[in-house]
Design a protein around this ligand. Structure first.
Ligand code: AMP
Ligand code: ZN
Length: 468
């Protein structure tokens, strides 16, 4: 098995991927803040995680994936209060919506989805360790801050220079989100303020709540240890979130935190990042309401290289839908193929798998991988039209599409899943009629099924449906 290469934000180059422990991949992916339905820009990040995860599993790595749920921060508190709900009631609603969306997009579940509010003690302990290491202090406002001048590597991920640090190091930021212009000591624990209402924990750090960054350091270490293999998130998280995670985790453990940092680029709308604050967003539900198919949305999200920006339009999803319909038709035809053996196809079948793997090994080069897939489809289609593909060859081609291509891309549907329930019910009724030897009724039902666009083929194993 060839070793894949991934672009590591930390070293700014493509590196051979070698997990710290044999073939076990320990991976932390920054998850959603559950204060609203995520938009499809967010789902680009999660679809990227899923593509990478499926690829690694396809290559026989064992993946241990942890994705956090941020259920306490400025935004969840603010919006739960607006709706007059408790933080828990409010965030659980959107957490449920998030899991439903993941299923819709055929995103495999992570091994753990730790919630921030279930790990307050771990965060308090970590801040305690940072205090012992002289990296955390309590400000005059009662909140606890990280002293970035005490961590010499501060800036190594996002490429900040020491001079940038000095400029801002005298100040402090209490907000979770800020830009590089405001590099400064950042908040670890926020002392309670009247705006927080009933959201607080009484701890040895005082009455308050955690900052956003400490949540991910505490939960990643709890589930994956001090040092692990992969950390992912969108490019906007490089600074300050991931920079601060490194400072917190390495500041406390004195061990390297993450070996490979992978960041996905943004999904854009008319040249701008899709975001809640700009108001230029669609949720997954918005797109489903417009009759766009989940598999096509998923394809649109993953078919552009994860480190390139993706300009989102409905046309992109429509084109994805066409591509997938074409592939499904091709596979349906391949099922029927029973022509003569075609020696010319042998090399194509072998090479496609190799090209597919080589492309994905190269930092998930989906464009190259897909072009190998489409070339095989094209060649086999032409040959099938001439009756020059044997049943065995067609089976091997289908095997590549299902067990290689689809194992990684997750966009094809087994045909029965796309047959409407009304048709399945008619097939069942027809079977019952046949069993009773009522062939007149069975034929009438066959015609009804035909009117709905399907043909029943009776095989030794039972009836099979073919789209007409
Ligand atoms: P948030 O819930 O805002 O913390 O974001 C969740 C994930 O979505 C993070 O990994 C973000 O970097 C990512 N993200 C946010 N907006 C976009 C976008 N427009 N395109 C791609 N990823 C995004
Ligand atoms: Zn995070």
């Amino acid at each position: 098995m060839n070793m894949p290469k991934f672009f590591n934000t930390l070293t700014r180059k493509k590196e051979a991927f070698k997990p710290l422990q044999n073939n076990l991949v320990r991976w932390y992916a920054c998850g959603p803040t559950v204060y609203n339905y995520p938009h499809i820009g967010n789902y680009r990040a999660y679809a990227f995680v899923d593509l990478l995860r499926r690829f690694l599993e396809w290559k026989n790595y064992k993946v241990m994936l942890v994705m956090n749920i941020t259920d306490v921060d400025d935004k969840t508190i603010r919006d739960s209060q607006k709706q007059g709900k408790t933080l828990e009631e409010f965030t659980r609603f959107y957490e449920k919506g998030f899991f439903e969306d993941l299923q819709t997009l055929n995103i495999k579940p992570a091994n753990y989805y730790p919630r921030a509010t279930d790990h307050i003690n771990d965060m308090v302990s970590l801040i305690g360790e940072l205090t012992l290491a002289h990296k955390a202090y309590q400000g005059s406002d009662g909140s606890w801050y990280y002293k970035i001048s005490e961590f010499l590597d501060y800036g190594k991920l996002s490429g900040l220079q020491q001079k940038d640090l000095k400029a801002g190091a005298s100040g402090r930021v209490a907000a979770d989100e800020y830009t590089k212009d405001n590099v400064s000591d950042f908040v670890l624990w926020k002392a309670w303020q009247p705006d927080d209402g009933d959201v607080y924990w009484e701890t040895r750090l005082g009455k308050g709540r955690p900052g956003w960054h400490i949540e991910c350091s505490a939960m990643s270490t709890k589930y994956l240890g001090f040092s692990f293999d992969i950390h992912t998130g969108g490019v906007d998280l490089k600074f300050p979130h991931h920079e601060n995670e490194i400072a917190q985790s390495e500041g406390a453990s004195k061990k390297p935190f993450v070996k490979y940092w992978l960041h996905n680029e943004h999904l854009l709308v008319e040249g701008k990042k899709m975001s809640k604050s700009l108001g230029n967003f669609y949720t997954l539900r918005d797109l489903l309401d417009k009759n766009l198919k989940p598999a096509a949305i998923r394809y649109a999200l993953i078919a552009t290289h994860y480190r390139s920006q993706l300009n989102f339009t409905f046309d992109v999803v429509h084109a994805a839908e066409k591509t997938l319909d074409r592939l499904q038709d091709f596979l349906a035809r391949a099922k029927e193929a029973d022509g003569k053996n075609n020696p010319g196809l042998e090399n194509a079948i072998k090479n496609t798998k190799k090209r597919f793997e080589d492309a994905l090994d190269d930092d998930l080069d989906v464009a190259q991988a897909l072009s190998a897939v489409f070339e095989l489809e094209h060649q086999a289609n032409k040959a099938m039209a001439l009756g020059h593909v044997s049943k065995k060859q067609a089976e091997r081609i289908a095997d590549f599409f299902w067990n290689d291509f689809n194992a990684v891309f997750g966009v094809l549907e087994k045909k029965s899943a796309t047959v409407p329930k009304t048709v399945l019910d008619l097939v069942e009724k027809r079977e019952a009629a046949r069993k009773k030897k009522d062939f007149k009724a069975a034929d009438a039902l066959r015609n009804q099924i035909k009117e709905k666009g399907f043909e029943v083929v009776d095989e030794a194993t039972g009836p099979r449906l073919k789209k007409t």
